[in-house]
Ligand binder design. Structure first.
Ligand SMILES: Nc1ncnc2c1ncn2[C@@H]1O[C@H](COP(=O)(O)OP(=O)(O)OP(=O)(O)O)[C@@H](O)[C@H]1O
Ligand SMILES: [Mg+2]
Length: 507
């Protein structure tokens, strides 16, 4: 039976003593305090203090039913009793608390030494315990825990009134404990959700705060967990490969492989064999069976770079793969299946290539379930200083040297330039300037290639300087593109791209 507390003025027949006005006031005050404590440990300490004070007890402890295993009790706070001893079977406190919990009733005795209920209890004699009180915390008919108090000398506080008071108090405690527990688990859940959200919003490697880049980040977050194909379009150096990698390494496939295949300027056979693999003897030079990159990427992400350049025959095979997940190694009859997420990139607008008849329309639709248009650097307001700082940091980390600074004139100069080579060109310009600046801060001087500055010609664009510088280096390297790229600090791919661009422009 739940204890009933007779309030002043009520006419109940209860044998329980009535609470005094000041006790009611105290209960009210306590409820105010309890309702503002959301931290469970803190709350239990307060409950313990109030209970000890109310009955002037010497010792006490508080137990709660464990959340996972409702039958197990754990001592959450204790005063003058070792927590590990409190529930030990040889201690009377253990049987008293268990009794209070099982009966859902408060327990009070003012003379434990002679109380027949404790006859023979060694610990009562041993500790010379005179008065004992225990009250369960009951919430909606369920036991949440209990509080135990005892005393050797002072017995004055151990009265029926204080027992009634503690029972009323314990009801408040049960609610407050439940609230604090609920609050705690909500807080944990909230923390988890929040870190989940932050995790998906962290594309730390992609720098940019412009509205164009904010849009990109938003889109990336929407598609990162979907397995749909993504087509990245944008000028050279805008970060297409960076985004493809970010999608893989921040997404659910991050523990599997990320494989990239550059599809431009490759012979048909070579590209097909790279993608799908080949059987021994399939063509001259195929000396053994070989897995294609698609197979190696199984479970992971496959990045098809410069997709617009794929020859028609391979377009057909790729389409089949995207439709049915099936392919065959070159020269093989066995059909294979893999599960990869396909991300592709192009710096030629693919729709135009479809219009021109260079690219299959059906494949186009398979690849661009989502298209991300990477904005050119000149349209990314405010991103340039962030990128410059990022590259200064990156360089200093890479070379374990102190981070360089850049003068405001130099920064202004960079901001005014139109960056046809986008972020890659900026990164190269910053690296080159760092090397040229030696111990000095980066100034406009270092940002222009010295040899070209000295050359006659006056006010030519940086693009022309670039072309001349690249071609001259190529000449110095005897036409070796790999060496030239290394000397310039650019990728071989970039060099190929540039050479093709200049060729197309007819110089
Ligand atoms: N937003 C960015 N933040 C930091 N670095 C960037 C960003 N965008 C590009 N980069 C850097 O610029 C260089 C070029 O980027 P990336 O290779 O991804 O360009 P791309 O669009 O694939 O170019 P291409 O079409 O020429 O292959 C890389 O070193 C990359 O790390
Ligand atoms: Mg690229």
């Amino acid at each position: 039976m739940e204890s009933s507390v007779r309030l002043p003025g009520s006419t109940g027949m209860s044998s329980q003593p009535a609470l005094q006005r000041e006790q009611l006031q105290a209960l009210y005050d306590i409820s105010q305090v309890l309702n503002t404590i959301w931290d469970i440990d803190n709350l239990l300490e307060r409950i313990m203090d109030i209970a000890l004070q109310t009955v002037s007890a010497e010792r006490g402890f508080l137990v709660l039913r464990e959340e996972g295993d409702g039958n197990k009790l754990s001592v959450r706070t204790a005063r003058e009793i070792a927590p590990e001893a409190a529930l030990s079977v040889t201690e009377i406190s253990s049987s008293i608390v268990t009794g209070a919990i099982e009966s859902q009733q408060g327990v009070l005795t003012v003379d434990a030494q002679t109380d027949p209920r404790f006859a023979g209890a060694e610990s009562v004699i041993f500790h010379q315990i005179r008065a004992v009180m225990a009250v369960p915390f009951v919430l909606r008919g369920k036991i949440v825990g209990a509080i135990y108090l005892d005393s050797r000398k002072n017995r004055e506080g151990f009265t029926d009134e204080s027992l009634a008071f503690l029972k009323a108090f314990s009801n408040l405690c049960a609610i407050a404990i439940e609230n604090a527990r609920l609050m705690g688990s909500l807080r944990d859940e909230n923390y988890q959700l929040r870190s989940e959200v932050q995790r998906t919003y962290q594309f730390k490697e992609i720098i940019g705060n412009s509205s164009k880049m904010q849009e990109i980040f938003e889109l990336l977050n929407k598609i990162i967990h979907a397995d749909i194909s993504v087509l990245l379009e944008g000028e050279s150096g805008t970060g297409k490969e960076l985004v493809a990698r970010a999608l893989h390494y921040n997404g659910p496939r991050r523990d599997k492989a990320f494989m990239a295949q550059f599809c431009g300027n490759l012979s048909e056979t070579l590209l097909e064999s790279e993608l799908f693999g080949h059987k021994r003897g399939a063509f001259t030079g195929a000396v053994s069976d070989k897995k294609g990159l698609l197979e190696i990427a199984d479970g992971g992400t496959f990045f098809l770079d410069e997709i617009a350049d794929i020859p028609a025959s391979i377009q057909a095979k790729l389409l089949r793969f995207l439709q049915d997940g099936e392919f065959r190694r070159v020269g093989d009859t066995e059909t294979r299946r893999v599960n990869v997420r396909v991300i592709s990139a192009t710096n030629k607008p693919l729709a135009k290539e479809v219009e021109k008849g260079n690219f299959r329309e059906d494949l186009f639709y398979r690849l661009n379930v989502i298209t991300i248009n990477m904005p050119p650097l000149r349209d990314r307001d405010g991103d340039l200083p962030l990128l410059v700082r990022h590259f200064l940091q990156k360089y200093s980390q890479k070379t374990s040297t102190p981070e360089k600074r850049i003068t405001s004139e130099a920064m202004r100069m960079l901001s005014n330039y139109h960056w046809p080579g986008n972020v890659r060109e900026l990164e190269n310009a910053v690296e080159r300037a760092i090397v040229l600046a030696g111990d000095r801060d980066l100034s406009p001087e270092e940002l222009i290639i010295p040899r070209v500055v000295k050359a006659p010609g006056g006010s030519r664009s940086l693009r022309e300087h670039e072309r001349e510088y690249v071609l001259r280096t190529l000449e110095e390297m005897g036409g070796n593109k790999t060496k030239t790229a290394a000397a310039l600090g650019v990728s071989l791919r970039w060099l190929h791209y540039k050479l093709a661009e200049w060729k197309e422009a007819g110089n």
